[in-house]
Design a protein around this ligand. Structure first.
Ligand code: AHG
Ligand code: MN
Ligand code: MN
Length: 340
């Protein structure tokens, strides 16, 4: 191993931030608090099979889906770790309908935190990789009191940092603060995230596509054509592609980020807005993938430029290797959907 061996996440964040004049260290502290929450969630995920933590709570989340205990545990853990640092003015979570206020004494921070506490939760029982996604903005509401809905409804382009934690064969935290993408692996002996993947660059063109093909019948005809195109043989363009789909966005995108690939969760005739949430899932992943040299769009426009209209808005997404995302956009634009 090279000289990256003992670069801890904490040291890396401080060194990165010190390159910016005017940096107060607040973002570093915020990211540090997030990494602490990640370690606790990682521990809980790892012991999930051993204690009576798995299973449905019997409650539905605001999207009408069944929520597992571990989702709520991760949600609570993040709030606990983040609400008294003094760096935030407001938060929002995929698992809570309204914005989450910070207790009065601590709500003076200039940052806004949005998160998906546990992504891919349908995979928990099967010991398959799941993750946490976070997205950080500067407050835009005036004053230094509580943050508002407006703070949480900013276009992704305004993110100052974003990241994810993947609880897989090891736990990894990957983040960007706008100067490249850096990956850290949790050393379970030290309890420290150590730099293992400095400056991740995703391949411009790939050989992997990730999509839930069970929805084929309901897709846009241009998308059907594109997937068939990927399955055809053509040596010059490296086809056929391989199909890889875990069903955990974090894990699917993490693999594609490293190996190259395109991940898609499109709109379809049953779900006209797709499934994934713009603020908790699409924007942070789009920021990371773009920072690694990739591309993210909803099929028509850049994810990061979409102005959110509501907190839990869903958005179709095509994300990953730049050339592959451009190709699917072309297929979708070329085939016009017949109007009934
Ligand atoms: P969450 O567990 O946060 O609700 O997200 C699940 C998401 C995402 O992780 C994954 O890519 C997608 O759901 C899978 O959906 P399908 O089962 O429809 O393929
Ligand atoms: Mn999710
Ligand atoms: Mn979730």
């Amino acid at each position: 191993m090279g000289s990256t061996q003992f670069m801890t996440l904490g040291r890396h964040i401080i060194e990165e931030q010190s390159k910016y004049s005017g940096a107060t260290g607040e973002l570093s502290k915020l990211l540090h608090d997030l990494s602490l929450a990640a370690k606790v969630i990682s521990l809980e995920v790892n012991k999930a099979g051993l204690v009576d933590i798995i299973g449905f709570t019997g409650d539905n989340n605001i999207h009408g889906e069944q929520v597992k205990k571990l989702d709520m545990l991760a949600h609570d853990m993040l709030i606990k770790a983040m609400d008294h640092g003094g760096h935030l003015c407001v938060m929002a979570s995929e698992e809570e309908e309204d914005i989450i206020q910070i207790p009065q004494k601590f709500n003076i921070g200039k940052y806004v935190l949005l998160f998906d506490p546990l992504d891919g939760s349908s995979n928990i029982d099967a010991n398959i990789s799941i993750g946490t996604i976070f997205s950080i903005y500067r407050r835009v509401s005036p004053g230094d009191g509580p943050g508002t809905m407006k703070d949480c409804l900013q276009a992704g382009i305004h993110q100052v940092a974003a990241g994810y934690v993947v609880y897989g064969s090891s736990t990894m935290l990957v983040y960007t603060a706008g100067a490249g993408v850096h990956g850290f692996t949790l050393d379970p002996a030290f309890g420290e995230f150590l730099l293992s993947h400095p400056n991740i660059q995703t391949p411009k063109k790939s050989k992997i596509y990730s999509i839930n093909e069970g929805n084929y019948l309901y897709w846009h005809p241009g998308l059907k054509k594109y997937i068939k195109y990927l399955q055809e043989e053509d040596k010059a363009t490296n086809r056929p592609y391989s199909s890889r789909y875990i069903g955990s966005m974090v894990a699917d995108i993490h693999r594609n980020l490293l190996y190259g690939g395109i991940f898609m969760y499109p709109a379809d005739s049953r779900n006209p807005y797709g499934k994934l949430r713009l603020q908790y899932e699409c924007n942070p992943m789009a920021f990371i993938v773009e920072q690694a040299g990739g591309r993210a769009s909803n099929g028509k426009m850049r994810i990061l430029e979409i102005q959110p209209e509501k907190l839990h808005q869903r958005m179709p997404i095509f994300i990953g290797s730049e050339e592959d995302v451009k190709t699917v956009e072309k297929f979708m634009a070329e085939v016009v959907v017949p109007v009934n």
